[in-house]
Design a protein around this ligand. Structure first.
Ligand code: SF4
Length: 221
């Protein structure tokens, strides 16, 4: 992989309403070594799987979202295991978007480790959700986080405005399913969001009854 390419799990997804405030574009990095028990996206662990994207093409695809988009959610996998590529991508996105566009990133590292691994990335973010997913601390009342150890860091005034009530207990937005029909008529269902207890089983049972396979792309860490 070259410095101007990023290993991604899949193409960007538009219209994501479950991972951050408003209507967002979601991207999922490929590769994660945290191996959290109960991870809802183990298909993102293998750093060799997924697909290479050039940074410029990915930035174009992110901002090419149809309709109005409030921001970008960067997830994975572990985005901070490709720190230089992540920084270059966010710079390219910032060049293409206005002041009202916010960027949220998820990571299994703590914010101190993020500062050491990727000192150039934090100034490009509005918000960071840090910490590995811990099954024993599953928290259905904290929006956008899977377990109570995960902290939401507001890094800009825009984040203070948009994420200001993120620590007020309330339920997660319900997970969201997107259906994509391939050129050969194949159907792929992708579920995004933070699963509450029982959500994953319920989704998979319902889709299995219709003979549909699923990808789960979200955040439970
Ligand atoms: S929950 Fe997140 S940090 Fe943990 S293994 Fe899964 S992708 Fe990695």
């Amino acid at each position: 992989m070259h410095d101007n390419t990023i290993r991604m799990s899949r193409p960007p997804m538009y219209g994501v309403t479950t991972l951050g405030p408003g209507c967002r574009t979601g991207i999922w990095f490929q590769g994660c070594g945290h191996a959290c028990p109960g991870c809802m996206s183990p298909d993102t662990w293998d750093p060799i799987a997924g697909e290479d994207w050039s940074i410029e093409a990915l930035a174009d695809a992110i901002v090419d979202a149809p309709g109005t988009t409030d921001g970008l959610t960067v997830s994975g996998g572990e985005p901070f295991d490709q720190p230089l590529q992540l920084e270059a991508l966010l710079r390219a996105v910032r060049e293409r978007t206005g002041d009202a566009y916010d960027i949220l990133a998820y990571t299994g590292y703590r914010i101190g480790a993020v500062r050491r691994r990727a000192p150039g990335v934090l100034p490009l973010l509005d918000a960071l959700i840090d910490g590995r997913f811990k099954q024993e601390l599953v928290e259905p009342q904290m929006p956008w986080r899977g377990s109570a150890n995960q902290l939401l860091h507001r890094l800009t005034p825009l984040a203070d405005k948009r994420y200001g009530d993120a620590d007020s207990p309330r339920r997660h937005p319900a997970p969201q399913a997107a259906v994509q029909v391939g050129p050969n008529g194949s159907v792929r269902v992708t579920i995004t969001g933070v699963f509450r207890p029982g959500d994953q089983e319920g989704f998979q049972q319902a889709l299995g009854e219709h003979d549909l396979g699923t990808d789960t792309e979200g955040e439970d860490r």
